[in-house]
Design a protein around this ligand. Sequence first.
Ligand code: 3HC
Ligand code: NAI
Length: 697
Amino acid sequence: MAKVDVESRGDVVLIRLANPPVNALAHGVRTGLQAAVRAANADPAVKAIVVTGEGRAFSAGADIAEFAAGLKPPGLPEVIDEMEASPKPVVAAVNGLALGGGLEVALGCHYRVMDRAVGQLGLPEVKIGILPGAGGTQRLPRLVGVEAALDMIVSGNFINAATAEKNGLADKVVDGNVVDAAVAYARELVAAGKGARPLSAKRIEATSVPSDLFDKRRAALAKHSSGPMAAKHCIAAVEAAVGSDYKSGVARESALFAELAASPYAKALQYAFFAERKAADIPDIGKGVKPRPVEKIGVLGAGTMGVGISLAFLQAGFPVTVVETKPEALERGLGRIRETIESNVKRGRMTRDKADAVLAVLRGSLDLADLRDADFIVEAVFEKMAVKQEVFRKLDAVAKKGAVLASNTSTLDVDQIAAVTSRPEDVLGTHFFSPANIMRLLEVVRGARTAKDTLATAMSVAKRINKVGVVAGVCFGFIGNRMVEAYLEEVQAMLLEGATPVEIDGALETWGLAMGPNAMMDLAGIDVGYMIRREHPLTEERRRLYRVTDKISEMGRHGQKTGAGYYRYDGRTRIPDEAVVAMFEEEARALKINRRTLPPDEIVERCLLRLANEGAQLLDEGIALRASDIDTIYLAGYGFPAWRGGPMWQIENAIGLKETAEKVRAYQAKYGPRWALSPLIERLAKDGGLLAAAGKG
Ligand code: 3HC
Ligand code: NAI
């Protein structure tokens, strides 16, 4: 089915890519575009062609969903080459986002007219583990120069119309109707005798580019969020545009593209792209369940989390009232909010006007009754059940009917909190991650009595504040932290067996994690876990495994904030500490553990398997709706590298479920019950089932 609309405007044909919501270049769009260009060229009455997109996008690029099954011809490169070869001038009317293959279509047009307000251009392919494979690595440097092209292609970042006008990507930037402007421009071109202007006909001479440019760019890559291949291949593809003709350059682009497309990293990144979007889909909540209107926000508590949460809402344009118990705490919290906003202005992340607008809608209060107007209230007070229940009782008395009452608890039972109110249906958990104004993850905790529209409201609010909302059921630690518990427990075991914090963090960071577990505990505060362990029943094994870490905490070494934890700190720089290693050695002697050097592969494998085994358990218990939600939590909240897919993706795709089951059983035989195999993995390994199909989602 053709997904292109064609409209005649007399001597100009208007071709509109029409595949909502973002005009992805699916098979029907490619065939439609090809046919429309052919028809326009065959019609002597047509003098010029304008290509645009339906709705809010020009086109967001190739249809990523088609990649898995392989693309049916015609391929995008040939459609674009044919369009570019048109003898009649082809003008792109960039009416919104033109990304990836979308921008490549615009580059195949001979001229580009862009909407100033909403036009955006980018080649984000690297973010999904590939490179622009429809001529983008060849045409863009021919238009804007090699350096500017490398910047866009290697970062995947977007540019706006003002930048595009400066670097030559846009021939014209307009304020009114961009399609009408492009049609008028096309007529001007025809009248002036200006015709086709194919970029592929241009040549970039090798002498025009510094000889060490590409080596320097490769050396500067370091760790790239796309993993070990994509960014390097992007550079190599642009390199192939220099000193050669389009045909050989594009052949190199296509070979590099094929290598990337077949890599596990691209598959993982594309899975991650869809996993994040799938998380918004809650099976028993259809489109019929409408979120409640949310305009005004209340935040209770102006500590670490209250400040971050307030900032997250303010930055997204919501008015926020923050309530504290003590004037000093309120002033301190409001001060930190204002400082962050000011620092955003100084660093160019926010305009002065936006900052003024944000600060004008920030209010502080010592009276809970000031939340009577709020539509959505997030509680971020001390992590004590009695305190939370007291606060919710009071909230119940003052909050308006229909207001959503959300707790930011990280460990407490949301149902017990809801139970003290007369409206448990309006209560749920919104578990933000610190710093809450920066971390993208929001675990939305669905209580036993949470109403569907309450949940839908929290998910819609998550999107409005640019967070990735993922639904979790009620249990200790919800999804993310319950898995972290298993992971950190294994880290304790490995520290006793002979691995040092440097070795453990080094192995995992080399594998791709943003931060190893010891550094992470130092950042979060070793005292936090210590206090939690004191408040909850522990198995004997767990008590034993944590004995040294508890001592470290009791010594006042709480991590970065006290200048020492597993490491010592110079500012934020970690300094390995022999004293900590000695404490583990001593404990190992007492426990008669023969210390040994643990190979990095074993460290990574044990961490990964403990995470995924616990994840499978959460899936089996219905706490997580689907395996991809678990992965999304790890990617958005725990610094797990997207190019590794996530813990669940790893065991299903990189290790294999059968092999996972065998490995876990082997560790269980060696280490005992903490390695008990999840019954779900056991079942799937036996029956050949898929984690991707397990769960309720
Ligand atoms: N292919 C398939 N589906 C896509 C898509 C794409 N390129 N881009 C977006 N979608 C889908 C999303 O999955 C989502 O579907 P859903 O509603 O069923 O969940 C819907 O479009 C809307 O997307 P978002 O929810 O992400 O909407 P936002 O407004 O938040 O973001 C966006 C819009 C910035 C376009 C974002 O979707 C995005 O970054 N898309 C990917 C862009 C990209 O990577 N393009 C390059 C593709 S690869 C390529 O072109 C190869 C070529 O070089 C050969
Ligand atoms: P914090 O100790 O920094 O701040 C708590 C604030 O609540 C204090 O300023 C206190 O004065 C105020 N407060 C106490 N009782 C109050 C009341 N009745 N009304 C209004 N304000 C009151 O604590 P933090 O770290 O901000 O944690 C808050 C909540 O967020 C806890 O439930 C915690 O478990 C959770 N959380 C914390 C994370 C973190 O990394 N710190 C991460 C995710 C959740």
